[in-house]
Design a protein around this ligand. Structure first.
Ligand SMILES: C[S@@+](CC[C@H](N)C(=O)[O-])C[C@H]1O[C@@H](n2cnc3c(N)ncnc32)[C@H](O)[C@@H]1O
Ligand code: SF4
Length: 406
């Protein structure tokens, strides 16, 4: 079951933004996110806004989806009226974008280019499920302008993949990464999940080693979250599957840091490692640095200069709204300076580049000495005016952020 949307205030039917939002483009750039809300089956742990064919109902299909999106592109062009663009980063996420034909995905990128313009060195990423792509498909994506592919590998252990209810074999994810390399992708990410109940330390060690051997220049590793309303949550409640352990997750995180850094992949955000600066996900960096982005598709969130809004979740309602020439935005909020400050601290403290002390409020500056004394902040970075987490600090990032904001 997909998770709920925030409340907020009603969004204007024509999608209009307050004048002030259009005057100051963010120095962190302008990005486009496109949500593709289709999956062949739902993995037991996932509460993303995605639908299997049976759950979808009428109104929108994989075939008609690019046309529906085009209507929101047109609306965005009218609303922005040239105030943003060209686009620095595009990220097509899901769901499973690669359930669409490769020509549909490259067509979406071409539509974005026609509508807003793409910066000459734009980063263009798609998420991909390993079982849905082969070299021919990936070559079509590369030829159509994609620069990066992000594959949901999750684990090299068949047992863990079975608990997660993933439909690919471990070999398939590794083959897909190698095929992406052969197809000309310099930038290949593999997503891993750790701490799944039943996962042994060696399972995760093997997953990390396999991701490195497959030629990924980027790895995202997230601990398994038991989301309310998922099949996994029901199994945990019934005692069929154990609750993931925080201590195990911490051990796995240390393992990720050790193996990835030995392989030359360095952390640049608490859960993300990259081989080079070029290999970092510029789209996610844009989010974390407070940039502007328009999120297209059902349930997608957008942010322009402190105005945040989110679209209706169901693909049919999304399509109906656009057909009726109404904005698909369901709600929005205009962030106060304090809300923007809180988000800034929450996101930037998790980055290796850190949070400038000069950007902290006096209470945040006053909180630094005890956090540093506990070994959670890099003293070298502090001496140059930056709050940067140590390895121990990364394990306790949420607590550090709480203290900085207290
Ligand atoms: C929502 S998926 C979309 C991409 C693609 N369908 C896939 O599964 O790889 C993006 C990433 O979020 C991860 N994810 C989703 N739910 C999660 C959870 N409850 N805990 C940890 N990671 C999760 C997925 O495993 C995947 O790597
Ligand atoms: S394939 Fe990805 S988006 Fe689809 S249900 Fe599984 S984790 Fe969620």
């Amino acid at each position: 079951m997909p998770s709920a949307l925030p409340d907020g205030e009603p969004a204007p039917a024509d999608g209009r933004l307050p004048d002030h939002a259009l005057t100051r483009p963010s120095a962190a750039g302008f990005g486009v996110y496109v949500h593709v809300p289709f999956c062949a089956t739902r993995c037991g742990y996932c509460d993303f806004n995605t639908y299997t064919a049976e759950e979808l109902g009428g109104g929108v299909s994989r075939d008609t989806y690019p046309e529906v999106l085009r209507q929101e592109f047109t609306l965005a062009k009218t609303v922005l009226d040239g105030a943003r663009g060209p686009v620095d980063t595009v990220f097509i996420g899901g769901g499973t974008p690669t359930l669409l034909d490769a020509s549909a995905l490259t067509g979406i990128v071409a539509d974005i280019d026609r509508t807003f313009g793409l910066a000459p060195d734009a980063e263009i990423t798609t998420e991909a499920n390993p079982e849905t792509v082969d070299e021919t498909y990936l070559r079509q994506l590369r030829d159509g302008g994609f620069t990066r592919v992000s594959l949901g590998m999750q684990s090299a252990s068949p047992g863990v993949l079975a608990i997660l209810e993933r439909s690919h074999t471990p070999g398939r994810a590794l083959e897909a990464a190698a095929a992406a390399r052969r197809a000309g992708f310099d930038h290949v990410n593999l997503d891993l999940i750790y701490g799944t109940p039943g996962e042994h330390a060696d399972d995760f060690r093997d997953s990390l080693a396999a991701a490195v051997d497959a030629g990924a220049d980027h790895v995202s590793a997230y601990s398994l979250i038991v989301e309310d309303g998922t099949a996994l949550a029901a199994k945990v409640r019934r005692g069929v599957i154990a609750q993931p352990s925080d201590d195990v997750a911490a051990d796995r995180y240390l393992m990720a840091e050790e193996i990835l850094s030995e392989a030359g992949l360095n952390w640049y955000e608490v859960s993300n490692w990259a081989a080079t600066e070029r290999a970092r996900c510029r789209h996610n960096l844009l989010y974390w640095r407070g940039g502007d982005w328009w999120g297209f598709g059902p349930g997608a969130h957008s942010h322009i200069a402190g105005v945040r809004w989110w679209n209706v979740k169901h693909p049919s309602r999304y399509s109906q709204r656009l057909t009726a020439r109404r904005s698909p935005a369901q709600g929005r909020e205009i962030l106060t300076d304090h809300q923007r400050y809180v988000e800034d601290v929450m996101l930037r403290t998790r980055l290796a580049e850190g949070m400038p002390i000069a950007s902290l409020q006096p209470s945040g500056v006053a909180a630094i000495p005890p956090i540093a004394a506990a070994g959670l902040l890099d003293t070298g970075a502090l001496s140059t005016g930056t709050v940067r987490l140590t390895l121990r600090g990364r394990l306790l990032a949420d607590a550090v952020i709480r203290d900085l904001l207290d």
